[in-house]
Write a protein that binds this ligand. Sequence first.
Ligand code: ISL
Length: 556
Amino acid sequence: MSIAFTSDQWWKNGVVYCLDVQTFLDEDGDGVGDLVGLIHRIDYLAGIGVSTLWLMPFYPTPDQDDGYDVSDFYGVDPRLGTLGEFVEVVRTARDRGMRVIVDLVVNHTSDQHPWFQAARSDPNSPYRDWYVWADERPEDPDLTETFPGDQGGVWSFDRKARQYYLHRFYKHQPDLNIANPAVREEIARIVGFWLQLGVSGFRVDAVPFLIELNGIDGAPSIDPHRYLKDLRSFVERRHGEAVLLGEVNLAPKDQRAFFGDEDGDELNLVFNFSVMQRIYLALARQDATPVERALADLPGVPFDSQWATFLRNHDELTLDQLSDDERQEIFEAFGPDPGMQLYGRGLRRRLPPMLDGDQQRIRMAYSLLFSLPGTPVLFYGEEIGMGENLDLADRLAVRTPMQWSDEPGAGFSTAEAKRFARPVTEGEYRPLAVNVAAQRRDPGSLLNWFERLIRRRRETPEFGLGTWSVIANDQPAVLAHRCDWDGSTVVAAHNFGADPCRLDLVLDDLEDAVGADDLLDGSPEHSLDGPRLPLTLERYGYRWLRIRRDGQRLPP
Ligand code: ISL
C-alpha cells in the first residue's frame, strides 16, 4: 500500500468540519446564516485545510429541533437559500479540494411533513403505514425517551388518527416505519437525490433508532442490518466514493455490528463516543488510564471502515457510557453548575471554557484527538476556541453564530442583534475576545496552530490508515501510542497532567531506527538509545514523532 492509495479511502485521511449554514455567515443581512454566506467562506475552510464539510440539516423545517425535524427532504429551507445555491456550495467546495456530506435525518420526520399530515388524517392513506401506530399505549421498557423528562414517553396520542404514534425523540418527530418497503424506497430516493447534486456521502442521524423495529406491530419481516447493507450498496452503486458516517452512540462491542461484516459493508465511519467520553474522564483525573482502557476495548474495524473521532459536537457532551460516579467527577471538574448539565447525562458546554481557557491543555486535547485512530471531526468554531452561551435553551448553548471578527454581530451578520436567529456569546468568549480576524494576525493563535495541526495530520497517513498500539510507560498521566503504516512509524505522547514529566518509551521491532523527528512544534530531533526513546513532556505537553530509519528519506 502506498501514499497514492490514500485517495481511494479518502475518508480515512482527512479532517471533517461540521457547520450549520444558519449560524455560519449571513450574507443577505437578515440575521440568519445562508448558503451564499457559506460560499463566501469556502476559501477560509480550504485555507485551514479541512477536507470534508458536514452540513447540518438545511432542509425546510418548522425548526423545533434546530432543523432535525424535516418537513421536506428534497428542498432547502427558504431562510437559508435555494437548491441552486446548494449546488454552488458543493461545486465551489469541490473546486477547492473539499467534499461535502449532508445530514440524513430519516429516523423520523417533522409532524408538519405532508406524509404525517396525510397519515393522521386518513386511515386509508398510503402514508398511514409510513409511521408506527398502536391502538393502546404499548408498554415496552426498551423504548425509552432520548430527551428524558420532556416528552411524556415515546408514544403520543394523535386525536385525528385516534391512535398512538411512536417517537423516540420529540413528540413533534414521529418515527418513520422502515419495515415498510415504500419507506425504504423513499429513503433511497432521498439519498439518490442528494448524491445526484454532488454530495460525497451522509452523516446518518441516530442510526440505532433508524433501524430499530421494536414497537412496530406484527413480526417485521426485515433484518435491520440487512437494510443498512442494502443502503450502503445503493450508495456505492450511485456514487462510488460516497460514504456513510453514522451516529451510533452505543458501547464499542455493540457499535461493531454497524460497520457490517468482515468486508465492512454497512457504515464506513462510526463516531467514537466511547473514547470521546473517556478523554473527558482522563482530563478530569489528569490520568491517561481511562483512554488507554477505552482504546483497548475497541473492536477491530474492517479494512474500508474507520472511526470518526471528536471532542465536541452540536449536541450535549454526552457522558452516558460512564458510571454515575465517573460522570459526577466530570460534572464537578467541568460543569458543576446544574445549568451547565443536561438530561442528567451531559454538559452543554464547549471545550475551552471547560478547561478554563488553558491554551496548553486545549492544544493537548486536540493534538490527542488528531493522533487517535480515526478521522477527526471538528465542530465550527473549535478552531478559534469559541465558548458557549448558557442563556440559550438546552443544546442551543453551543450553537451560537460563528465569530468572524470583533465587529458588532461578530462579523456573522450586519442585521440588528435583535433580528439574529440566535444571539452571539457574551462574557469571556465574546467576539471581541475570540474571533477569526484577530487570530489570523497572531502567529501564536489557536487558529494558526490548528492550521498547522490539520496540515500535519493530513501529511501523517500513519494515523488514519496504520495499525496502532498503546506503548506502556511508567507515567500514569501520559498516553503514548504508535501507528505503523507503509514501513513508517509515528509515535505520539500526550500528558494529561499539570506537571512536567520524563519518560522512556520502549519501541519494539525498530532495530534500524536511528532517531525521531518532531512533527509539531517541539525541538526538531530526538535521539534513540537502542530501543528506548527518552522524552520530556511539559505540563499538558504533547509530541508527534516520526521514527527515522537508517537510510530512509522522510518528508519534511
Ligand atoms: O441516545 C443518545 C444519548 O444516549 C443520543 O446521543 C442520541 O443518539 C442523539 O440524541 C441523537 O441525536 C441526533 O438526532 C436528534 C437531534 O436532536 C440531534 O441533534 C442529533 O444529533 C433527533 O434528530
